[in-house]
Design a protein around this ligand. Structure first.
Ligand code: ZN
Ligand code: ZN
Length: 659
């Protein structure tokens, strides 16, 4: 990218082509003018171009718009960079055509496209991609002219864009400010104890006691990564109150300071500089109000593209890769060549806010959800999210309501009352997205599993009146116990995270067991008691139990391939073919010597499905009478002829305590 990164304010010039691409585009225009009748069969297609990968990329970096789009399509910027340096890979471009079925606005049913192949030296194919040519820039997309063509995300143009988003929000969005002013914790101070003052040339730490009124401040959402970063400790606290040496800060923090100043603010809160890292007491106090610290900030700077503290917020990129090449195919007719079929929203493509390194970190989920506004510094551009709007430097026209921030506002304002009422279903849908997003994220300390979403949980508790126990909603424990994992995970060792019956006990993607409420549910268990030992106000727990009474059946499991199935009783496998429909989904790879029992939780029936679901448990140890969860099961059957699983007298009503 060096060829383009001359200075911070350099811009790429769109619509410039190299000699080869002039030829390609002339052929494309010819095809369009001929009404799609040009013969493009491979031996007659004269418009074949061939490059070595580095030449294609160099041409893109030298400013050819189409070469930039082709290299982005073949070697996505997010993919492993190894392919970039492989000088022997050959790119072949050929004009192809696709039948759209429907006439476009110019009456054509056939569209040209560019077929791009990546091959090894010996001709074997690595992969191929289609570069689309459409007459529609996308319903929600602005014209490419409106996009930001800066090479660096530190350019004046980018800052002006960010200011425009912020000022638009401050002056027009009543809901965003209303959300910012709604504290999550009503009964305690929700202001952080320290802020970093960036007002002068030097930085210093300011204690909250020094303010008569609380100032506007920004927050930083970032990944520490493996790098050791400069932090606030009991020992350096006095010196940091007079000055924080800016040179000792990691690049990401230095960039955040620049952003804070340029956006017109004087204070920023950064976790590792504002929480005393060797004080458990200070950590517990500040982490308990972490949600409010983000929620009360003017906006959050998200170092989206930074894998660690040294990566920095600002990035250089080739903007030509991400913007369609707009060309006049005939008088008054414009077509768009793009590596994306549709340009509806960058949120749903490979360059948006959801695919970058920051989102692999667990804490980020609530930092993003609870901040009323977030300014994302991504690897390929800037993005904005507030409660009422989202925007992107790729498509600078303002976009519709952002789902992420608006959804929490909506979900938490639901009056959830009866079991499975409409409000609960809406709430559950939102909560499901939180669990599925959060559960696979990484955390440095397993003991933070429930702490890092504590702010979201407390907001939902205070708004809906429900209660969270170890990440499950107490009022709806029966369906919530049915979460499952697709593939066995590993039980984390070390610090206690959560009880085995909670999804928070694992660090893997979990899926809620019930996602469709259009069943008639027959619940088989009763929850007699549930409790947690809370360690501190930040939501961390040291132990938890649930006492359940329900039908328990001794089972065995059988593994075939990567699938597990349950067997029970003395039934010989295969005699009862429905055996195979009892799917066992172990939380962790099962220990062959463990004795397993299935606890039947629900029978769900609809006109087209009949399903038994429950969890699989084992005794924690032989002497003790406590149990742990090791997985879940589901049995599918036909509503017309359900098998008697759990109803053939083999299961015994049992009361068990699961830890
Ligand atoms: Zn070119
Ligand atoms: Zn707003």
């Amino acid at each position: 990218m060096t060829a383009l990164s001359i200075n911070k304010n350099a811009s790429a010039r769109p619509y410039v082509l190299c000699g080869t691409c002039v030829g390609i585009m002339d052929a494309v225009k010819e095809f369009i003018r001929s009404g799609g009748s040009t013969d493009l069969s491979s031996d007659k297609n004269p418009y074949v171009a061939q490059y070595l990968v580095p030449d294609l990329q160099r041409s893109g970096l030298n400013g050819c718009h189409v070469c930039s789009i082709i290299s982005q399509a073949l070697v996505p910027a997010h993919s492993n960079g190894d392919i970039l340096t492989s000088s022997t890979l050959i790119v072949t471009i050929r004009i192809g055509k696709s039948y759209t079925g429907e006439e476009d606005r110019y009456g054509a049913k056939t569209h040209p496209n560019l077929d791009a192949w990546l091959r090894n030296e010996d001709g074997t194919r690595v992969h191929s991609r289609t570069i689309y040519i459409t007459t529609d820039p996308g319903t929600h997309a602005a014209e490419p002219e409106d996009a930001c063509w800066s090479i660096s995300t530190e350019s004046d143009t980018m800052f002006n864009l960010a200011k425009d988003w912020l000022h638009g929000c401050l002056s027009e969005h009543h809901l965003c400010e209303e959300v910012r002013l709604t504290a999550i914790s009503s009964n305690q101070s929700s202001f952080p104890e320290y802020l970093v003052n960036v007002n002068e040339d030097s930085l210093r730490l300011c204690p909250s006691s020094s303010f008569s009124t609380w100032p506007s401040y920004l927050t930083l959402s970032h990944r520490w990564g493996e790098s050791r970063i400069f932090t606030l400790m009991s020992q350096n606290l006095p010196s940091l109150l007079s000055e924080i040496p800016i040179d000792s800060l990691p690049k990401t923090f230095q960039d955040a300071v620049i952003i804070t100043r340029r956006m017109g603010y004087s204070y920023i809160w950064i976790d590792s500089l504002c929480i005393i890292q060797d004080s458990k007491e200070h950590w517990e106090k500040e982490s308990a109000i972490m949600g409010d610290i983000y929620r009360s900030s003017a906006f959050t700077i998200a170092a989206l593209g930074a894998t660690n503290g040294d990566s920095g917020c600002f990035k250089t990129r080739n903007p030509l890769c991400f913007q369609p090449f707009k060309f006049e195919a005939g008088p008054g007719r414009y077509d768009y060549l793009s590596s994306e079929r549709e340009r509806k929203s960058f949120k749903y493509t490979g360059y948006g806010t959801n695919v970058e390194p920051l989102h692999e970190r667990g804490w980020v989920v609530q930092e993003r959800m609870l901040s009323p506004r977030t300014l994302f510094y991504g690897s390929f551009g800037l993005y904005w999210e507030c409660v009422q709007q989202e925007a992107s430097s790729m498509i600078t026209k303002r976009m519709s309501v952002t789902y992420v921030k608006y959804a929490i506002h909506q979900a938490c304002n639901l009056a959830v009352s009866g079991i499975f009422d409409q409000s609960y279903r809406a709430f559950w849908q939102w909560w499901t997205t939180i669990i599925t997003t959060y559960s696979p994220c990484g955390l440095t300390y397993g003991s933070d599993k429930l702490v890092a979403i504590g702010g979201i949980v407390r907001l939902a508790e205070s708004k809906t009146g429900m209660h969270s126990v170890a990440g499950l909603w107490k009022e709806y424990l029966l369906p919530e116990l049915l979460w499952f994992v697709e593939r066995p995970s590993v039980r984390p060792i070390g610090a206690y995270q959560a009880p085995t019956w909670s999804w928070a006990s694992l660090n893997t993607a979990v899926t809620p067991g019930i996602q469709d409420f259009n069943y008639s549910f027959s619940w088989k268990i009763k929850v007699l008691d549930v409790g947690t030992n809370v360690v501190s106000a930040n939501g961390q727990i040291s132990s938890a139990h649930i006492k359940i009474s329900g039908p328990l059946l001794r089972v065995r499991y059988k593994k075939s391939g990567t699938n597990y199935q349950l067997r029970w009783g003395k039934i010989i496998p295969l005699v009862n073919s429905s055996d195979d429909r009892v799917c066992f989904l172990p939380d962790v790879i099962p220990d062959p010597v463990q004795e397993l029992w299935a606890l039947h939780i629900v029978c769900a029936v609809s006109t087209h499905a009949y399903m038994n679901m429950g969890i699989v448990v084992t005794k924690e140890n032989d002497a003790d009478d406590t149990w742990i969860r090791v997985g879940s099961f589901r049995q599918y059957d036909w509503p017309s002829n359900p098998t008697k699983f759990f109803q053939d007298g083999l299961a015994e009503m049992t009361t068990l305590v699961i830890l």
